[in-house]
Unconditional design. Structure first.
Length: 255
């Protein structure tokens, strides 16, 4: 069996275009972009499109006059003036999302996706689609790097925990190649194993959660702590900036 790399970057600032080139990259932003985007896809959105600036979102919305367009996102955690939705997962209901194109910009998550433009393949993951993502990655024969978006340039425990969950779930799936785990991958997995029975407490104590508490959005945390339940991968195309769902059959891995 060929040995392939499995690595974790604890912050998006720890990766460069060269370090991601030729790899499968998984971007994680548990609180809250990835959770909201994956939820929107699971509730029937045609696609989610991710942007780096408010101006880009408005320009794109103007190009989609024939589509049902929902504009969502945040800056500094708060909903952007003039947007339909913020970044709270519960706002992304079936009625809002079904058959819609969702345009989003956020402080951390959408920017982390943009940094992965040189990767061979890019996925977006959160706790709710961790088992499905791990099953898909286990079949890959390429080097994999999981990138935790982090919060304001710093490590956030929720994203590292999710990265570790993916690493661990991959061990329980049929592997197409042997994986060489970096120290960072093993540290992330250890965070998951030590805290998997207290997921809610860990995420509530994370840096990302502290921001939500400070602006009165702590209720969002509860919507982001569920492991599994959405059996899809969210594939990002850097050229079009589109995120689309692909269903992944099979039961969730034991976590």
């Amino acid at each position: 069996m060929t040995h392939r790399l499995l690595d974790v970057a604890f912050r998006q600032e720890d990766v460069t275009p060269d370090s991601l080139a030729g790899k499968v990259v998984v971007v994680i932003d548990v609180l809250r972009f990835a959770t909201s985007a994956v939820r929107a896809l699971s509730l029937g959105a045609k696609r989610v499109e991710a942007f780096r600036s408010i101006e880009e979102v408005h320009a794109r919305a103007g190009e989609l006059a024939d589509e049902k367009v929902i504009i969502g996102g945040e800056q500094g955690g708060r909903q952007i003036s003039g947007f339909d939705l913020g970044n709270s997962p519960r706002e992304y209901t079936r009625g809002m999302c079904e058959a819609s194109v969702v345009l989003m910009v956020t402080t951390n998550g959408t920017r982390a996706l943009a940094k992965a433009a040189d990767a061979d393949e890019v996925l977006l993951a959160t706790l709710s689609n961790t088992p499905a993502t791990a099953r898909y990655l286990a079949a890959s024969q390429e080097d994999i790097i999981i990138v935790a978006a982090g919060t304001a340039g710093k490590i956030s425990g929720d994203d590292v925990f999710c990265a570790g969950a993916i690493v661990h779930c991959m061990r329980g799936a049929a592997q197409s190649v042997k994986r060489a785990h970096t120290d960072e991958a093993l540290i992330a997995e250890s965070s998951y194993l030590q805290n998997k029975n207290r997921t809610r407490e860990l995420i509530r104590a994370s840096r990302g959660a502290h921001l939500l508490y400070s602006i009165g959005l702590e209720a969002d945390i509860e919507d982001c702590v569920q492991m599994g339940g959405i059996d899809l991968i969210a594939r990002y195309d850097p050229t079009t900036r589109q995120i689309r769902a692909e269903r992944i059959p099979g039961p969730p891995n034991e976590a």
